[in-house]
Write a protein that binds this ligand. Structure first.
Ligand code: AMP
Length: 407
């Protein structure tokens, strides 16, 4: 799902773009709309799923589009640790960069200057406060915190706050807040005491569970960060030097399947292609030849990424990075079926780095990066957020020997 489909404010879309987010993660897809509708939320979502933006985006949108008291605190985000407060404040700064929405992180451990800066903001009003419980209470006890206009409360990593013994502090902070407000609670786990706390704080909440998709652990995954022009040579090298029983090479577009197939045939590799331009009977013949081991390598579009069940596929190569994490999981899931193990390589060009980053968000962990042998020349850094120009790299060469049709 694109962020434009969520009806978010234009200024916010600019911030999302600058952060390098392209599509909404599953938690964002499920959480943003009910928050925009004003509902209370209880969401079980882990760090790494994009949950911070899931609550910040609708919050900033509401502040941009609804009249609110500019000399008060409008939203309070309570978090267990100062590290998390700083991290959320940074994401907030990035997402709200093109807006006038203000924010401050309020956490313990700083010097006297930071306390004074916090006091000033809390006295004069700031749109969003991101705070740790103890520090917030220290300010609240002094009586100057402007909370009359507060309309949003977020509890992030609520289970961790309970584990750290912040239950009473949180309830005390809440006793200072106006009753008429929207409450959002995020927690990785939902133990009974979490539910009990939720019952006290939330009003008819929408419950959201994000089941994190995970590929089987026995698949050895590697991503190679390369220039587009290096991909064909690297694939040829892998397919001619690595030992495997059967391999599938996935491309996102049938045009790429056709061109890559030609290149691999020229290299005398045992390959066939499969995509939607083939007649049904041709497809079946190709699959049969592959099953019977007449051919060792299939070059395919995503029509093969779901559903086909062929044993002994022990190597999957993603020539193009799939468009989303679910497709990635389906593609690499073609290998290591049942008891066997498998390897999944993904070639990542410069313009695809953001896509890989997004997949890593869904997986909740990075895909280990592989070393490209020196003979292929220098490779780019993995630096997904940096805006980069064009897709070429590698001295502007096209990845295929003939000019590639623009698609
Ligand atoms: P979080 O779960 O909020 O800690 O987010 C984990 C990481 O995912 C952070 O580095 C975010 O900047 C990043 N992230 C959040 N949403 C997206 C998205 N829609 N696309 C790509 N990256 C994202």
């Amino acid at each position: 799902m694109k962020f434009t489909d969520l009806g978010l404010d234009e200024r916010l879309l600019e911030g999302i773009d600058a952060m390098g987010y392209e599509t909404a993660t599953p938690v964002q897809q499920q959480v943003i709309v009910p928050i925009l509708e004003g509902k209370d939320i209880i969401a079980s979502a882990q760090t790494g799923t994009g949950k911070t933006a899931a609550f910040l985006l609708p919050l900033i949108h509401q502040l941009l589009t609804h009249p609110h008291e500019t000399h008060d605190i409008n939203a309070m985000i309570i978090v267990p640790t100062r590290e998390l407060a700083i991290q959320i404040a940074e994401t907030m700064e990035g997402l709200s960069y093109f807006t006038s929405v203000s924010s401050i992180a309020v956490y313990g451990g700083g010097d006297g200057t930071s306390f004074a800066t916090e006091k000033k903001a809390l006295t004069q009003g700031v749109d969003v406060v991101i705070c740790t419980p103890g520090r917030m209470i220290a300010h609240l006890n002094m009586g100057y915190v402007k909370l009359k206009g507060l309309r949003y409360l977020v509890l992030d990593e609520a289970d961790r706050m309970l584990d750290m013994g912040f239950n009473d502090d949180i309830m005390k902070i809440i006793s200072f807040l106006p009753r008429d407000r929207q409450n959002l609670l995020f927690s990785a786990t939902m133990p009974p005491k979490m539910r009990e706390m939720a019952r006290k704080i939330l009003h008819e909440p929408v419950e959201i569970n994000i089941a994190v998709s995970k590929p089987p652990e026995k698949i050895i995954q590697k991503a190679f960060i390369v220039y587009d022009a290096q991909k064909v040579a690297i694939i040829k090298d892998i397919l001619s030097t690595k030992s495997f029983q059967r391999a599938i090479v996935f491309c996102s577009k049938k045009q790429n399947v056709k061109q890559l197939s030609q290149e691999l045939k020229r290299a005398k590799l045992s390959i066939e292609q499969i995509h939607s331009d083939l007649e049904q009977s041709q497809r079946e013949q190709v699959l049969q030849d592959y099953r019977n081991k007449k051919i060792k390598i299939l070059v395919a579009t995503d029509i093969l990424s779901r559903g086909i069940d062929i044993e002994d596929i022990d190597l999957v190569i993603n020539f193009d990075v799939p468009n989303d994490g679910e497709d990635y999981i389906h593609r690499i899931g073609r290998t290591a079926r049942a008891e066997s193990t498998g390897t999944a390589f993904t070639l990542v060009s410069e313009k695809e780095q953001n896509k890989l980053a997004q997949i890593e968000v869904l997986l909740g962990q990075p895909v280990p990066k592989g070393n490209v042998p020196e003979e292929f020349g220098p490779t780019p850094e993995y630096n997904p957020r940096k805006p980069r120009s064009g897709s070429g790299g590698g001295g502007g060469k096209k990845r295929f020997s003939r000019q590639r049709k623009q698609q």
